[in-house]
Write a protein that binds this ligand. Structure first.
Ligand SMILES: Cc1ncc(COP(=O)(O)O)c(C=O)c1O
Length: 328
């Protein structure tokens, strides 16, 4: 196979490959004869892990190659991407500036001081909470010259991290005869780099699994449009054809909004924790897990299918939603 990624600078930040584990107790609990595996990208090894480690290997590879010493990125107050960027910058000796916005309808002290945002500070990043474009532009002006990473690390370069992830996964699946064929991969989708990279990488590896993208940030039509744009840009960077099919983008488990808990998310977080000892998060992986649970229970994911839940991390978010999880 041609090494698609060789021309692109990369700096190793994670522990690879992340584990691919069977989830037999979860599968038995859901019934229906579906085989469930979990790809543990919550275990990437960088400051509590998560999907952004993979994107940052390419983004910061580019920043180092271009000689930058300061990195700026954006996210919600509880952004996992911001936490991972702070950790990666610490490790590489880069100055990290985080411009965080109030994208979730919460302003309580716990939300603004604990979980990911607490870790951002511990990791040595400078955190500014900015409201609106004017404040963002003023902060950028004050910071001065910097390598700017878009929200979620989702540009074509960051997406290469998930092309690499798909190739890693295809190799694991090939080496594990017990997994058999993989019919579907269920994964959370926000800024769409994770899904775009998986689709391009699976195509290159000729692994015909359908990617079920569970929207957690925007409705399905907007997420799909953003995904198509990013697929086109990343395919152009790699010099390959963008992949058209093999995916479904759904917002049935999105609920009232980004970062707003749903009963299905709460149940799914408990189920994964109590059957497999796996911690999800309330904003991303918990809603994607609700999608998996819903599709198995409704029979949409049928008996005899093998489905992989791609765990994208985020568990520090649990600590800022105590009211949703305590007492039950
Ligand atoms: C824990 C977690 N899961 C999933 C996602 C979604 O990934 P993407 O933005 O690539 O769609 C993110 C970030 O947005 C995240 O922090």
């Amino acid at each position: 196979m041609i090494d698609l990624l060789a021309p692109h600078p990369r700096t190793v930040l994670g522990h690879w490959p992340t584990p691919l584990e069977p989830a037999p107790r979860l599968a038995a609990e859901l019934g229906g004869g579906t085989r469930i595996w979990i790809k543990r990208d919550d275990c990437t090894g960088l400051a509590l892990g998560g999907n952004k480690t993979r994107k940052l290997e390419f983004l910061l590879g580019q920043a180092l190659a271009e000689g930058h010493t300061t990195v700026v990125t954006f996210g919600a107050v509880q952004s996992n991407h911001a936490r991972q960027t702070a950790a990666a910058c610490a490790r590489l000796g880069l100055r990290c500036e985080l411009l965080l916005s109030r994208s979730v309808p919460r302003t309580d002290t716990l939300y603004e001081t604990s979980g990911n945002v607490l870790l951002d500070g511990v990791l040595g990043a400078r955190v500014r909470v900015v409201d609106g474009m004017d404040e963002t532009l003023a902060a950028l002006e004050e910071i001065g010259p910097a390598f700017v990473i878009p929200p979620g690390g989702s540009n074509a370069v960051g997406t290469l991290g998930y092309v690499a992830a798909a190739l890693e996964f295809a190799g694991q699946a090939e080496r594990s005869p017990e997994i058999g064929g993989v019919d579907r991969i269920v994964v959370a989708s926000s800024t769409t780099g994770t899904v775009a990279g998986l689709l391009l990488g699976l195509e290159h590896a000729r692994l015909p699994a359908v990617v079920e993208a569970a929207c957690v940030y925007r409705p399905a039509d907007e997420t799909a449009a953003e995904l198509d744009t990013l697929l086109g840009e990343t395919a152009a960077l790699l010099g390959v054809e963008p992949r058209a099919g093999g995916r479904s983008v759904r917002d049935d488990w999105f609920g009232p909004g980004y970062g707003v808990p749903t009963p299905e998310m709460t149940e799914a977080v408990r189920l994964f924790a109590r059957t497999e000892g796996v911690l999800l998060d309330p904003v991303y992986s918990g809603k994607a897990a609700a999608a998996l649970v819903g599709m198995v229970r409704s029979g949409e994911i049928g008996p005899g299918e093998t489905v992989v839940f791609w765990h994208t991390g985020g568990s520090p978010g649990l600590f800022v939603y105590p009211d949703v999880f305590t007492g039950r």
